[in-house]
Design a protein around this ligand. Sequence first.
Ligand code: K7E
Ligand code: RUQ
Ligand code: CUA
Length: 648
Amino acid sequence: MQRWRLATVAGAALIATGAFASDSLQDVMKNRGLSQQDLLAAAKTYVPTGKRDEFVTFSSGGQSGQVIVYGVPSMRILKYVAVFTPEPWQGYGYDENSKAVLKQGRIDGKDITWGDTHHPAISETNGEYDGQFLFINDKANPRIAVIDLRDFETKQIVVNPIFKSEHGGTFVSPNTDYIIEAAQYAAPLENKKFYPLEEFNEKYRGGVTYWKFDRKAGRIDEKKSFSLELPPYSQDLSDFGKGPSDGWSFTNSFCSERYVGGIEKGRPPYEAGCSAKDTDYLHVVNWKRAAELVAAGKAKKINGHDVIMMDTAIKEGILFLIPEPKSPHGVDVTPDGKLLVVAGKLDTHVSVYSFEKIQAAIKAGKFESKDPYGIPVIAMKDALHTQVSLGLGPLHTQYDSKSCVAYTSLYVDSQVAKWNYCEGKVLDKISVHYNIGHLMAMEGDSTKPGGKYLVALNKLAIDRFVPVGPLHPQNHQLIDISGDKMQLLYDMPLPLGEPHYAVSIAANKLKPAVRYKVGTDSRTDEKHPGAVKAGEEKTVKKGNKVEVFGTLIRSHITPETIEVEVGDEVTIHLTNLERAQDETHGFTVSTYNTHASIEPGKTVTVKFKADKEGVYPYYCTEFCSALHLEMQGYLLVKPKGWKPTKTN
Ligand code: K7E
Ligand code: RUQ
Ligand code: CUA
């Protein structure tokens, strides 16, 4: 009855909107109130069934601690990659192998099960995206994760050994030797050291970390990574040089006034608030030389980690400052590596610095002053190529395949500005909805940008979507940048957090596997010690430890029963023996808060204490065949010393 009524209402609604009326394009346009422009946008973004997107986007999942993967131009979401946060579908945080990855991200012995992801970066070879790895940072708990793009799984989480928060990561050097991560809010570098805010200038520090990436191992090598101590100016976004500027890195800062609220007044520089000065500092670092200094033993160990202290950096001539319009946000090196664009939130201008001029000033020893810590400061006029007024609240910049063309987000104006950074002139502007943060062009921060599309990552959606309560999704807007004028094509709601930044790669550069080599622990990429072949399944009991070596194949879980005594520690290893594409099996045991996603070839372990006597069904959680429901078994948790008794 209920169902019939629903069907009738739905039918009436369809007839009322005229959706059944006709199949002609004109009629559809009329009935749905679409313009020619809408139709063109639809044709440019629609990807028919069976066809695929040209680009794949990896978006930060913001406060969800995950990564969102979607296609361009269709804007269809393809996957969430679990990174800093447990994710049940993938069994992330519910099986032992992925728990081991999350455990790497523990800080001070505490599990941290959320992250504030900001900036994903795709690995590069010669400055071009190579589609092998993805990195992403966690601002709240200073960490970086490594995701392998062969299986889109998180393999490693490293905790920054000296920062308490970070923001200026992740960005990679042109061959992905290093991944940069800059601190955000200054704090004492030594762990578990307390210094009062009155000692902010002396004891609080910022810094940048250069994480060494071992491409062959597919992991960050923490021992070969190092940091540079920096003044307590809140460091912000960073970028690596490329081409002529390869070997150098650039890091913005804000609140170089070193203002901290709530402490004794009257002591300079505390009287003035953040952004009281007209300028902050761009940090310019010769990281190649820094790596050599570390190798030569010139670093100091802090918390067991190599840190080049500021006085060493000054003496060795690897650290310089350049004033930049106050409260800057993004620093983005041009594809040819010759210029860098800095956008200042509180200034309508973007400042284009010339690396050649910076080099010349350094070579000539031409500095206008020193900062309070003795770091040489290059005069702004000696380093500037040009400044262009774009609009209110410029934040981030991306590059086009057309030479000298850049796109900058204007947060306050809710616009994107297209401009020419060689000649310093504005070419076009488009309104976005609303309050854009980052923006992203296809491969738009590599040495060979792909052009074609731009995505505006808007902070506010306000009235763009059907209302879903006070918390709105964010809005990713797809913009066609192939012509002279930018054209808005599509709005996509992002419902998983605030996606600060995203990166897009040509889909044909990604070569993910369809299956694992049988018996692989996907989190270590090694042979799983619990893997077995068909026919070799077994259950081993030693004392109160029960270890099951099982397999999964349509439509059977082996073993069909697992018998334990209450209080036993149960470890279940499961190998998916399938070879077919997309034949994933899932596994859960009723009420033991455990779940695994076991793709073809993978071996996964789940572990729990059978702490309550009873009967617990286990089953496959993916509808894998016509006999999927039959893919089940029983965990029998018997009372201690239980013996079968005859019943009739
Ligand atoms: Cu601009 Cu974290 Cu890159 Cu947000 S940041 S917008
Ligand atoms: S069912 S086993 Cu409701 Cu089709 Cu999912
Ligand atoms: Cu295997 Cu359902």
